[in-house]
Design a protein around this ligand. Sequence first.
Ligand SMILES: *[C@@H]1O[C@H](CO)[C@@H](O)[C@H](O)[C@H]1NC(C)=O
Ligand SMILES: *[C@@H]1O[C@H](CO)[C@@H](O)[C@H](O)[C@H]1NC(C)=O
Length: 295
Amino acid sequence: MSFQLLLVAGVLAVVSAGFARRSSECNLPLLVHENLGDLPQEFDARTHWPHCSSIGAIFDTGSCRSSWAFAVMSTITDRYCIHKNQYLNISTQDLMTCCQSCQNTQGLPCQDGPYTAAKEAWCYWNTTGIVTGSVYDSKSGCRPYNVTPCDHYESGSLPICDVSYHGPKQVCLQECEAGYPTSFAKAKHIGGKVYKVGYTTDQIKAEIMSNGPVQSAVVIDKAFTMYKSGVYTPSEAVIQELFVKIIGWGQDPKQGEYWLCTNSWNREWGDQGTFKIRLGKTGTYINDFVYAGMP
Ligand SMILES: *[C@@H]1O[C@H](CO)[C@@H](O)[C@H](O)[C@H]1NC(C)=O
Ligand SMILES: *[C@@H]1O[C@H](CO)[C@@H](O)[C@H](O)[C@H]1NC(C)=O
């Protein structure tokens, strides 16, 4: 069943039933913030934790449809900085190729995972751990990303992405790049606690304010691919699902309240790689797929 059909069938029921195609072991507890305190009208995690530059980092999936892995990786990376003052990068490559329960039934890591991919990724971090990594063509980290950046929909300076690429050559390699100073096992970082957040806007805001950015997902239409600024309002004409990171919220005088998110289509797309999406209205499923954890 496709992601869209599942959405139509009722996101809440599906998510809370915890269906997973390949693994049924992953049941994330719901974290509830009891004391919501004073929630400000605007919040931006980048300015709240200015020493954590990872919060505003914009990644690039390349032609690989691995937004689920990037959204989870960058949320985890932020939380190492926020909670442990550790400036490390978690490896998208390791997560994408080695987490089998995250992959679709053909086991192709570069195709969209099942809609449960991101949830499974949180469990994977909590049990197996994820090694350090970095962006394409970077020599830092145990397992850097190995798919080249490209222009997804924008006409920018990069080659156009190849939509037929499904990454058959992507394999789980349990060793670090030559020259990396520690072993693969030593480069693994295991989560301390993983959970589901939500489903209300106030719960999600409280989580972001107290613990940092969170991972979520959106369903997008064609207009989203051309997004440049303003507050995006989804339509019914869904073309794909996309996993993203929520880093804050705000209030637009004309377009109302929004979530501020980072996408993984590089900085040439959208508003320097970020976008705002209408908050708290039907048609945005973003509140229903929020997961996070603690290092
Ligand atoms: C995450 O790991 C901790 C520590 O091993 C464990 O107590 C907890 O149940 C795990 N959480 C999930 C959702 O698997
Ligand atoms: C983490 O990634 C960022 C952005 O790609 C880079 O600037 C930084 O040097 C990396 N940090 C480490 C410790 O590898």
